[in-house]
Write a protein that binds this ligand. Structure first.
Ligand SMILES: O=C(O)CCC(=O)C(=O)O
Ligand SMILES: [Fe+2]
Length: 429
């Protein structure tokens, strides 16, 4: 058992380096997950690690970081239940719990190629990485999600004086929190040693752990909700009302044989929380539904549902591209479903999905001489499709940080009922 107590006694920079070297000597080669296998492949990950049982570290490093790391994370992950303030004393309180996971050490040339961390259950929200305040070159943490990329260069930040500050007791410990579906990689270390401590962050309904403060993210900074708000006020927008589907922007881990989205409502991440709160505040009826990708290559009806638990659930909406089904949580003995076609709605930028029996859209157009029958009512309008979250679901199985353990990512969509203009929340007088 290695102790990291040297972190708390403000050693000189030389002593600090000696302690780090000793630490790295105690580490073992680090594996990663490929499918459900644990593999050692130094073309994918060249690093060493200490499993959490082999070292000791108090939680204090989290507050040593100069700011309350958990408080910052909680602002990102706070679920919709937090939005009633003051909290209902009868309601369970949501809390964050960090669990020490492991220590990662990368010597010169060490790296970890792009991957996502394996979800560890419904309550797992992500990984907290804390860097030891030691200078090194290279070894940047590159994080990408939804087409955006952030690079954390902790090694040079430390070279610029964090370590010196450390000796003046002004320690600043770099950290990053990654939602569990976020892709990340560690670029090769050019010199020195990069050491990180990883915590798994869980969210529970309980009164222990770290309680959420009120999130301070401004709803109006989130563009999609502004668009919906002005659209609702426009009498030309869906005058007869419609059902909108807006895919969440993050993927969420779900147990393989369960499809309840209830847990997800309580663990919405970042911008998804804002959108949920906003849709609710517009007085709209919002539910969360799981979306599954169909395998376009499988022939045979049932085989399409390769990710869908077969028993007790029925997909109720499917789009014509054959790529997605939206599943509602309800059971039925008979397995009945509707094919739904897509066309581009020329009067708006949104794609409209039309119900159209068992015809493909092409067949339908042929038979109707290219005219769209106005009796076909829009069934679901996709405001945002779940492409991005599915891409993530796909590669998660191939490369992750641990073998898969019975959880996978599914895309989830908000299903929003928009009433006809002049009714319900769209009555303005
Ligand atoms: O050391 C790091 O910064 C990243 C480690 C990591 O991604 C992992 O252990 O899954
Ligand atoms: Fe990772």
């Amino acid at each position: 058992m290695i102790s990291l107590d040297f972190l708390a006694v403000q050693p000189s920079q030389e002593d600090f380096q000696v302690a780090i070297d000793k630490l790295v000597d105690s580490c073992v080669p680090a594996p990663h997950g490929r499918g459900n296998q644990k593999v050692y492949d130094d073309s994918y990950r060249l690093a060493k690690e200490l499993p959490q049982n082999d070292f000791s570290l108090s939680l204090e490093i989290l507050s040593e970081a100069g700011e309350n790391v958990l408080a910052s994370i909680s602002e990102l992950v706070a679920g919709p239940h937090h939005f009633t303030y003051p909290l209902d004393p009868n309601e369970d309180v949501l809390t964050l719990q960090p669990r020490l996971y492991k220590l990662n050490a990368y010597s010169k040339d060490g790296f970890f190629k792009s991957h996502r961390d394996t979800p560890k259950g419904n309550h797992h929200v992500g990984t907290l990485l804390i860097g030891l305040p030691v200078a090194y070159e290279g070894g940047e943490l590159r994080v990408s999600h939804a087409g955006k990329e952030v690079v954390f260069d902790w090694g040079s930040k430390c070279s610029e004086g964090v370590v010196t500050q450390y000796n003046d007791f002004k320690i600043s410990i770099p950290w990053a929190f990654l939602f569990s579906d976020v892709e990340h990689e560690v670029l090769p270390v050019l010199s020195g040693t990069r050491v990180t401590i990883a915590y798994d962050i869980f969210m529970f309904e309980s009164n222990t752990g770290f309680m959420f403060p009120k999130p301070n993210i401004e709803a109006s900074t989130y563009p999609i909700s502004n668009q919906i708000k002005s659209a609702l006020q426009n009498p030309d927008f869906l005058p007869q009302g419609a059902t909108l589907a807006i895919a969440l922007s993050h993927a969420y881990p779900m147990p393989k044989n369960e499809m309840s989205t209830q847990g997800i409502a309580r663990s919405l991440k970042g911008s998804d929380v804002i959108l949920y709160r906003d849709l609710k505040s517009l007085g709209l009826d919002v539910s969360l539904e799981a979306v599954y990708k169909l395998d376009p290559d499988s022939s045979g009806y049932e085989e399409h549902y390769y990710t869908i638990p077969r028993d007790g659930y029925e997909p109720v909406l499917k789009d014509k591209s054959g790529r997605w089904v939206v599943c509602a949580y309800y059971t039925s003995e008979t397995f009945k479903y509707r094919d739904i076609d897509i066309r581009s709605d020329s009067t708006s930028d949104y794609e409209t999905i039309l119900e159209e029996g068992y015809y493909s859209f092409e067949n339908f157009l042929d038979e109707s001489d290219g005219e769209i029958d106005i009796n076909f009512k829009p069934e679901v309008m996709w405001i945002r499709r779940p492409d991005n979250t599915f891409t993530q679901a796909g590669s998660f199985l191939a490369h992750s940080n641990e073998p898969a353990i019975g959880y996978y990512y599914a895309a989830v969509t908000f299903v929003v009922i928009v009433p006809p203009y002049g009714q319900g929340t769209r009555r303005y007088e």
